[in-house]
Write a protein that binds this ligand. Structure first.
Ligand code: HEC
Ligand code: HEC
Length: 325
């Protein structure tokens, strides 16, 4: 036990001294050897073009799984063997409009972006690995078997949303991933959960509940009308949404429901503060076992990864300047 504590203390010292996230190093790790400056248009394919065959059936089942995840693989489904997700969220709870809304970590073009380097595991991961990343973290559950119909269906749907995009060439596709809030502000300013609570009460609680509990739909395994933001039935501490910068990026362009990148409701500062509020330690959230092993390389470690005992409070709420090179 003493040894463990010593090791933890030592790595804490390392983090707070010279190491910082270096975008250049991440770029080197992520290089696939392909360069393209092609201007790509963000296009949502028309469902009437889904073919009437086995492929089309799987595309449709994949979409259904993204939209109604809790109904097929949620913790309340009839067959215990199918209970892969540990909460009643849907993939669509975060990947809005069945994964087609720009800047909500959209699936448009995504099939052309994998395999890719992931700093969290310091390894090359496939699209299936990435889906299972969200299964274990955002969905607080377990991996879908690679040969399951569900894994194949999700990938087939993502393939269908990506047809026509060049393999390896979607990095510059506007609308993919999330739209970052002001990266200058976050370097010098900490997020303020006290101010975030005020934003929450004014802009979020009407749907997500006074205690972040959301509003469940009637019936078993039927998910939420408004998903919970904290508590037992939501994303765990290994999830991207637990990180203040990721959550702020998502919230700014997507919440309150109806907000877009072009027509946001909150300022960057409000999004930053409310992201810190929902993810506060005093708001219970399931932990993720082995989270301690995430981001083994310090110079590609995201600045906003917060693990008590290893990371400092500043990794939780900023200011993030000293963790970014
Ligand atoms: C609680 C929110 C949340 C839920 C629920 C969720 N995800 Fe995610 N997902 C994220 C975030 C945040 C990211 C990272 C976005 C980024 O870094 O740009 C992400 C990333 C991904 C990516 C990689 C995207 C990319 O552009 O590289 C895939 C694929 C994915 N999720 C699939 C799924 C699937 C499938 C489900 C349901 C089984 C799911 N997610 C559920 C929040 C969520
Ligand atoms: C009008 C209702 C409404 C309001 C107001 C609203 N949301 Fe949401 N929010 C939703 C819905 C609905 C979803 C899930 C989308 C889906 O399932 O299609 C969601 C999803 C989310 C998610 C990802 C899913 C999860 O459970 O973590 C986060 C984070 C979130 N909202 C944060 C906020 C914040 C912060 C505010 C206030 C700034 C806010 N929302 C205001 C309706 C709302």
């Amino acid at each position: 036990m003493k040894k463990i504590i010593a090791a933890v203390t030592l790595s804490a010292l390392c983090v707070s001294s010279s190491f910082a996230f270096d975008a250049k190093v991440l770029k080197e790790h992520s290089d696939t050897g392909y360069k393209s400056d092609a201007k790509l248009e963000y296009k949502i394919p028309d469902e009437k073009n889904i073919p009437n065959n086995e492929f089309g059936e799987l595309v449709k089942y994949g979409k259904e799984l993204i939209v109604h995840t809790s109904k097929y693989i949620g913790p309340e489904v009839e067959d215990p063997k199918m209970r892969y997700a540990g909460n009643n969220l849907n993939c669509q709870s975060c990947h809005l409009d069945a994964g087609t809304k720009p800047y909500s970590s959209s699936y448009i073009g995504i099939f052309a972006a994998f395999p890719q380097y992931g700093a969290r595991g310091n390894s090359i991961g496939t699209l299936a690995d990435r889906i299972n990343g969200c299964m274990e973290r955002s969905m607080n559950g377990k991996k879908l078997p690679l040969d399951s119909k569900e894994m194949k269906a999700m990938q087939t749907y993502m393939y269908w949303l990506s047809q026509g995009y060049p393999v390896g060439g979607v990095d510059k596709l506007e609308g993919r991933s999330l739209s970052p809030i002001d990266r200058k502000m976050i370097k010098t300013q900490a997020a303020d959960p006290v101010k975030g609570k005020v934003v929450y009460e004014q802009q979020c609680a009407s749907c997500h509940g006074a205690n972040g509990e959301g509003i469940k739909n009637d019936g078993r395994a039927n998910g939420y009308m408004y998903p919970p933001l904290w508590g037992k039935d939501t994303y765990n501490k290994g999830a991207g949404m637990y990180r203040v910068l990721k959550a702020a990026d998502f919230i700014k362009s997507n919440m309150p429901l109806g907000a877009t990148k072009e027509t946001p409701v909150l300022t960057d500062e409000e999004a930053y503060n409310v992201a810190a509020f929902i993810n506060m330690d005093s708001n219970f959230r399931p932990d993720k076992a082995d989270r301690i092993n995430d981001f083994p390389l310090e110079d590609v470690k995201a600045p906003d990864v917060y693990r008590p005992n290893i990371e400092t409070k500043e990794n939780q709420v900023g200011p993030f300047g000293k963790f970014i090179k």
